[in-house]
Design a protein around this ligand. Structure first.
Ligand code: ADP
Ligand code: MG
Length: 292
């Protein structure tokens, strides 16, 4: 009996959160690490479907870096990165679009649908969801300051049209978005998924932006997780090189979406089963939250 009552208590702890998040949009970046094990994929898909059934509107933006690199290597191409962002030539963008927009996107969609959700896969091209332009990378370290690097068919978002998302949301569909955009000139662009998620979160005036990753949160110089971060603190950590690599686009995505009107952003460990529910519906939460 005690066990059963405990379960009711868990639900009751969630009640204030369920109330305040009812009808709100959450943008969730589903990262590489949480996409590796079947158990984690299932837990993620179930969590998102659950959010949807209790009246939250989840919008999922996914990455898929490890899979792209795996397929590239099978095809005899060597993946290259600068500051956590993929260098993308013409051949690479085809592989990126096939793997992200095809394989990975449909796998997530079908898993959510198998768990009773109504998920729909999109890229930036569908319904004119987002457009982009080529992006040159500004080196962030002290040494490389001012230097710009050409990453090829790598873009940044210039424009989001939320029409398709609002239509899907109204009908109870869960949008699952691959970070592939198109330029004014019709070039297909590979865009960092963290950055796409942040633009979509701002444009949708989302309540939250949640980024799943492969570490427990943002770490300090001594490898300890920082539970709460602000803009000033982040700037310092970037400057002294504590935040680097793939964590850079993540904290930048958080800052950008906060400026765009998102209430709260979170960087959490995608390797923890049900990390989403733990972060959203418990007092303590997990990972790092970033506030203005
Ligand atoms: P994802 O697939 O989630 O986008 P990335 O590899 O792109 O993963 O980004 C996460 C990585 O960022 C971590 O695995 C870690 O190696 C790196 N990183 C750099 N600086 C930090 C930091 N200060 N705290 C945590 N992780 C960091
Ligand atoms: Mg990344």
């Amino acid at each position: 009996m005690k066990e059963i009552i405990k379960k009711a208590e868990v639900l009751i702890e969630a009640l204030p959160y369920i109330k305040s998040f009812y009808g709100k949009t959450f943008v969730i970046k589903y990262g590489g690490a949480a996409q590796l094990k079947q158990e984690l994929k299932d837990a993620f898909a179930r969590d998102v479907v659950l959010l949807n059934y209790i009246g939250i509107h989840p919008v999922v933006v996914h990455g898929g870096g490890p899979k792209i690199s795996e397929v590239m290597e099978k095809m005899g191409k060597k993946p290259a990165f600068v500051q956590g962002q993929r260098v993308t030539d013409k051949e690479t963008i085809d592989i990126v679009e096939m793997v992200l927009g095809g394989l990975i996107n449909k796998e997530i969609v079908s898993l959510m649908n198998a768990h009773g959700g109504k998920a729909v896969g999109l890229s930036g091209k569908d319904g004119g969801l987002f457009k982009g332009k080529r992006k040159f990378l500004q080196l962030s370290s002290e040494k490389g300051k001012g230097k710009k690097i050409d990453l090829g068919l790598v873009g940044e978002v210039t424009h989001v049209d939320t029409h398709i998302l609002l239509s899907l949301e109204k009908e109870g569909f869960i949008p699952v978005i691959s970070p592939i955009g198109i330029s004014q000139e019709g070039e297909t662009l590979n865009i960092n998924a963290d950055s796409v998620a942040s633009f979509i979160a701002s444009s949708m005036k989302a309540e939250k932006l949640i980024l799943l990753t492969d570490v427990p949160g943002v770490k300090d110089k001594k490898d300890r997780i920082i539970p709460t971060l602000t803009k000033q603190h982040i700037k310092k950590l970037i400057k002294d090189g504590t935040i680097a690599g793939g964590m850079l686009p993540k904290v930048q995505a958080c800052l950008q979406s906060l400026e765009g009107g998102v209430s709260k952003t979170h960087i959490i460990d995608g390797r923890v089963p049900h990390c989403l529910l733990l972060e959203i519906f418990t007092k303590s939460g997990i990972g790092t939250e970033i506030l203005t």
